[in-house]
Design a protein. Sequence first.
Length: 377
Amino acid sequence: MNKYKIIQNRFGSWGKNKREIPLNNEMLKKEVLSRFPSDLNKKVYPKRSPLIWLPVAFTAMAVFVLLVNFTGYSNNVGKQNIFQAEIGKDSFSTSDVFKSIIPPMPPYGREQSSISDTREFLKIDYNATLRTRNVNDLKNKTEMIIRGFNGRIDSSNGGEKNGYINFVIPKTNLESFRIEIKDLVGTRFYSEQISSQNLLPQKQIIEENQRQTEIKLDNFQSERAQIIGNHNSSIAFYKGEILTKNTEINTLNMEYQYANIWRRAEITNRINQLQTEIEAIQLKIRNENISYQEKLNNINSQIKNTQENLGAIKLQDTNLLDNVATVNGSIYLNWISLWDIADTYIPGPLLAWVLFLTAFASFLWYRRSMRVSYLDF
């Protein structure tokens, strides 16, 4: 026989010989039997704990919260009210936020651009809200990203609970900038609004003003050339008349040397008459020069003003194109609590889940505390 089997049989035989009833066996038996009714045919009724209403109440509250959330009235529970609740605790208000988010309405009564002009001069506004546990640290990181994308910070403010940054960046960097900003906090804690407006009507107005100004400038320059031409023509005519009269005077002076006394008197009278006519022509020349200078100064002033207006219009056009090439942005930073973080990751309102868990825990407490006693009739 196997030695292990032999050892097992020996120990088993030794154990049987050593078995004995405890000294307090009768006492233990009476104690156990005393806990059972003497008549086992009697009915036993369980006595319920009064805490049964707790899980029911918590379950009812959880269902109510779910119903309120699903019907759209849970603005005070969950994630929807975080942005509105944080705005206004610092140096900016809700009205300021919506003024920056909502694009301005076009002026009433302004004519719409023709559909044939399909050009687009889109001005983009970017607004984002970031939720974080450390507002100041996130503000510093955001400003570094803005400057890294060749942007300009116009104003900023930061505190423990919230902050904001107003900035401008090139339009070509917008998509990469959005990705960088979103990666700071993740998709769940990032929300944005991007609005755009086609500045084509303003562009068309500038172009029309420029066209009209250029036409006016051409007209002024043509008028100036005509004034100069008329003046030169008049002066040439007057000088021609003077030259003719001086030639006649010279001829008369030569004749005077050989003329008789009566002819010399006629020559003298004629020369005096020609001298008077020459003085009258010279007066006309002086008046013409004065009038010409006044007209020239006036037209030059109009040309100068028109050129300045044209330069201002071109500057408006350049500013519009520069404005279109940039994105005006605002980033709002809101502190988020641990409750809000949990509410973000858990589907549905977090309060409903808390109430459900409380109901389940109270039900387990009820089951544990429930006892059954036997009632005697």
